[in-house]
Design a protein around this ligand. Structure first.
Ligand SMILES: *Cc1c(COP(=O)(O)O)cnc(C)c1O
Length: 412
């Protein structure tokens, strides 16, 4: 008799987004004339940069010519893309990352989950709370946790709260943890990590033989020149960190699919016999066996991000979203609502007013302003009392939503 991976039965039933959809649909059917604006989306809205489109069109033509046709590419990605990533994203920031250490993939979401393939099952794992749900759910699927409690916290995981009380900085744990997921700029809180904060983590990881999974999907949204874009800007990070990057948010590739993971050659972890094993070798083996690379066409599109035009166009795209974030922050603040984030990240993290719970605020915003956001409690127990508003939207939608909110909240 075939059996299943029972760990899947421990998962919470993807409660957050289906519940949002249920409440929005119910409201919409009762109020067919309401013009609902959705500011809950974690997806980009603006079209692909022209440089990327032009490069992909040319790549399609390449595929139609005998001389330039490509079949299977290298599982790790084409050298021309890996070289550009290494020099422009890392070496230009004084990070000693080589092209060989870049593994091009079809997404950071996939890589964040797949990376667990090369680690043992007995590691102690720490996540922030609130958190990007992928880190938690992939560990549940891999059997690294027990069951979830009422708040959705899984037995066996170490939760590090990030709230206004600690200025949204993940505190260094007092206990020993082996694997740590950090995401900065943060989804959902929009918080950032300073150099000092990351150094404290790197020092902790090196002292304890831990590995940091550093998700830098939003690094391009950093506007403060003093903030690190990569964990490899911190001395010693090559000995304790794997970094995940994506073209999804900086170049609008959420539907096009291209990302990469950096595994430094110096990085090791323990085998059962106590010996040190290079993680680069294991990840290279894993990718070569289970992955056949990203399409040539898409890699040419990603390469164009590093051209002069591509750099200018992606910068303009990010500035567009960050202007949305500024409008959201300023308007909500003017309405007497406390906001965090949204300065170096496309997410504004709202403190729900008048002691409302995350879902109560969701309902209030939906019913009085016809605006949809994301309840913070959906990202973890410590997200209760907060609410995420995304800057990924058209200017007209952002302005209209903020007008409605300021009118309602200033009056009350
Ligand atoms: C959007 C996002 C990513 C990117 O995922 P892709 O699979 O590359 O699209 C990674 N991490 C976080 C926290 C994100 O919000």
């Amino acid at each position: 008799m075939a059996t299943i991976n029972d760990n899947y039965l421990k998962l919470k039933a993807g409660y957050l987004f289906p519940e949002i959809a249920r409440r929005v649909n119910a409201f919409a059917s009762e109020n067919p004339d309401a013009k609902i604006i959705r500011l809950g989306i974690g997806d980009v809205t603006e079209p692909l940069p022209e440089a990327c489109r032009t490069a992909m069109i040319k790549a399609v033509e390449d595929m139609g010519e005998q001389a330039s046709f490509r079949g299977y590419g290298p599982e790790q990605g084409y050298a021309w893309l890996r070289e550009k990533i290494a020099t422009q994203d890392f070496q230009a920031r004084n990070c000693a990352v080589e092209a060989e250490e870049i593994f091009v993939s079809d997404g950071s979401k996939c890589d964040c989950g797949n990376i667990l393939d090369i680690f043992g099952d007995n590691n102690t794992i720490a996540v922030t709370d609130p958190v990007y749900p992928v880190y938690v759910d992939t560990n549940v699927m891999a059997g690294h946790t027990g069951l979830a409690n009422e708040q959705g916290e899984f037995e066996g995981l170490v939760y590090l709260p990030i709230t206004a009380d600690n200025n949204f900085t993940a505190q260094i744990p007092t206990q020993k943890v082996d694997l740590i997921y950090l995401c900065f700029p943060n989804n959902p809180t929009g918080a950032v990590a300073t150099r000092e904060h990351l150094k404290a983590w790197v020092d902790y990881a090196r002292a304890n033989g831990s590995i940091i999974f550093f998700d830098a999907a939003y690094e391009a949204f950093i506007t403060d020149p003093d903030l690190p874009h990569s964990i490899y800007e911190i001395e010693g990070a090559r000995e304790c960190a794997i970094e995940f990057r994506s073209f999804s948010k900086n170049a609008g590739f959420t539907g096009t699919r291209c990302a990469f993971t950096v595994v430094p050659k110096a990085l090791t972890a323990k085998a059962a016999d106590g010996s040190d094993v290079e993680l680069w070798k294991l990840w290279n083996r894993r990718q070569s066996t289970k992955f056949n690379g990203v399409s040539y066409i898409v890699q040419r599109g990603a390469e164009a991000v590093y051209s002069e035009e591509g750099q200018a166009q992606t910068k303009a795209l990010i500035q567009f979203y960050m202007e949305n974030a500024r409008i959201i922050r300023e308007q909500l603040t003017a309405a007497g609502i406390a906001v965090y984030g949204g300065v170096n990240a496309p997410y504004v993290w709202v403190k729900t007013p008048a002691g409302l719970s995350s879902w109560e605020f969701f309902d209030k915003l939906l019913h009085t302003c016809n605006v949809v956001g994301t309840p913070g409690s959906g990202f973890g127990a410590a997200g209760e009392g907060y609410f995420r508003i995304s800057a990924f939207n058209s200017r007209a939608n952002v302005e209209e939503a903020m007008k409605r909110i300021t009118e309602k909240f200033k009056a009350s």
